[in-house]
Design a protein around this ligand. Structure first.
Ligand code: NAD
Length: 482
């Protein structure tokens, strides 16, 4: 029997194998076979990681900003060079297709690109002669030790929403990646070390809720960046903010895509399909509800069901595959329960993802329901899998009312050829990221990732200038020379 590799932690510039009691097997979701074993970090190790980050903060925060950005330029070059390898790690631990993994890593690189501009991004403001003989200046300073807590669905990109910006601004970092996908985090640590990041500036610990709660309670953690489900995001926000920390907590989603009857169905439907089923629907920007507005409903359902059946489900390493597995067998079973329950509640199943040949991997094919209503659980809850609900609305007012009644507000999209409909949608849709004829309206790194409602708890979002503001605090100096 081949010994499984043990996932290490990274503390104070050293890669370590934890001697912890709790160890999880990490399966490849396409095969169900274990690829690694993950020891959870002990409470003592988590304390050591925070202590290392706190110690390193003194030197790193004093390092000139252009020198910090030189480390990031080297890190970016390493990411470019290792794009294929980093993508392969994502596919191995998460299951998404290699093409999707490459897309993820490219998105991560964009954040490094943005953060390389730290000398410009960190500039303050000043006003000469704000009163007679008096000048005023605003300067940005780093916040301290940042804890980053991330989900399984983008094991490379989501940590990179945080790390480059936090480090560029002079903070130090402790990452606790998802216990379901811990491999990318360690490769990120190796590349940061190779780029010349001083020991202790970046650290990785492993575990689940106990590790998170320890970081939230730690007096030396100054700020928390969290991405995950809404319930946990609300808990992280309340706990860490209650202890006086800065928090940005990005939560779950239920994204609606309005397809107007003036839209070109042939051009629009493929975008709805890839929004719903890309990354096997395990994406916080997945369009999981398609709303046919006006007379388009029947034609829309026919088209979506036909295209859903064309999706090629298989291992992410196979070039022909267009959709990989879901993350775990247990999540697949929960998704099947949702499908069973939706049928009982009266939704019409028009593409059944359960009809898939047997495999040891965690595969579920695209599923499409028609005639979903707001009282059904599949509309109320985030399912986070390849299940698309189709609903009907008689006009844009009814469609917006439905969309706006969702407790989530991450993304919404409209497919239309009418400028008037697009404008109504842009002004009235209650979600922070909107797409007009775009299925996955993911802002690029230069803009913030602006979820609303239960999709975000906090004030300053991730990436863009919001990220810079989150990872810095201001000083305003008023001076007069007597
Ligand atoms: P999750 O909430 O289960 O886990 C996220 C992180 O929180 C992990 O590191 C996990 O170890 C930790 N955690 C889990 N339960 C906890 C608890 N009870 N107390 C403290 N910490 C806990 O999320 P997931 O299943 O890994 O990821 C999927 C979710 O993330 C979806 O809801 C998705 O919409 C969301 N997500 C949101 C965004 C966004 O930008 N809003 C982006 C990506 C993913």
């Amino acid at each position: 029997m081949i010994a499984l590799k043990t996932v290490r932690s990274f503390i104070g510039g050293e890669f370590r194998e934890s001697r912890s009691e709790r160890t999880d097997p990490i399966p490849n979701p396409a095969t169900g076979q274990a690829i690694a074993s993950l020891p959870y970090s002990s409470a003592g190790e988590i304390d050591q990681a925070v202590a290392a980050a706190l110690e390193a903060f003194a030197g790193w925060s004093e390092t000139p900003v252009p020198e910090r950005s030189q480390v990031l330029f080297r890190f970016k070059a390493l990411f470019d060079r290792h794009l294929e390898e980093l993508s392969a790690i994502v596919t191995e631990e998460n299951g998404k297709t290699l093409e999707e993994s490459r897309g993820e890593v490219k998105r991560a690189i964009e954040v490094i690109d943005f953060a390389c501009g730290a000398p410009t991004l960190m500039m303050g403001q000043n006003l000469d002669q704000i009163a007679r003989g008096i000048d005023e200046e605003l300067t940005r300073f780093p916040v301290g030790v940042v804890a980053g807590i991330t989900p399984f669905n983008f094991p490379n990109m989501v940590p990179l929403w945080m790390i480059p910006v936090a480090l560029a601004c002079g903070n130090t970092f402790v990452l606790k990646p998802s216990q379901l996908t811990p491999l990318s985090a360690i490769r990120i640590a190796e590349l940061l070390q190779e780029a010349g990041l001083p020991a202790g500036v970046f650290n990785v610990v492993h575990g689940a809720s106990d590790a998170v709660n320890q970081l939230l309670a730690h007096p030396d953690v100054a700020a928390v960046s969290f991405v995950g489900s809404a319930t946990v995001a609300a808990h992280v926000y309340a706990t860490a903010a209650g202890r006086g920390k800065r928090v940005q907590a990005l939560g779950g989603a239920k994204n609606h895509i309005l397809v107007m009857d003036d839209a070109d169905l042939e051009l629009s439907a493929p975008h709805v399909i890839s929004s719903a089923f890309g990354n096997a629907g395990q994406r916080c920007l997945a369009g999981s509800v398609a709303v046919g507005v006006g007379k388009i409903g029947d034609a829309l359902v026919r088209e979506l069901a036909a295209q859903a059946r064309q999706v090629k489900v298989g291992p992410g390493t196979d070039a022909a595959t267009t959709m990989g597995p879901v993350i775990r067998g247990e999540r697949k079973r929960r998704l099947i329960e949702y499908i069973d329950e939706a049928q009982t509640e009266g939704a019409q199943l028009v593409a059944d993802g359960r009809e898939l040949g047997s495999s040891d991997g965690f595969f579920l094919a695209p599923t499409v329901f028609d005639r979903v209503t707001p009282r059904m659980r599949i509309w109320k809850e985030e399912l986070f899998g390849p299940i698309l609900s189709v609903m009907r609305a008689s006009d844009i007012d009814e469609a917006l009312k439905l969309l706006n009644s969702s407790p989530y507000g991450n993304m919404a999209s409209i497919f239309t050829t009418s400028g008037k409909n697009a404008r109504e949608f842009k002004r009235r849709a209650q979600a922070g990221m909107l797409g007009i004829n775009i299925g996955v309206a993911a802002p690029m790194a230069f803009f913030p990732f602006t979820g609303w409602k239960n999709s975000f708890f906090g004030d300053l979002h991730a990436t863009g200038m919001d990220g810079v503001r989150f990872y810095t605090r201001h000083k305003v100096v008023t001076s007069r020379w007597l």
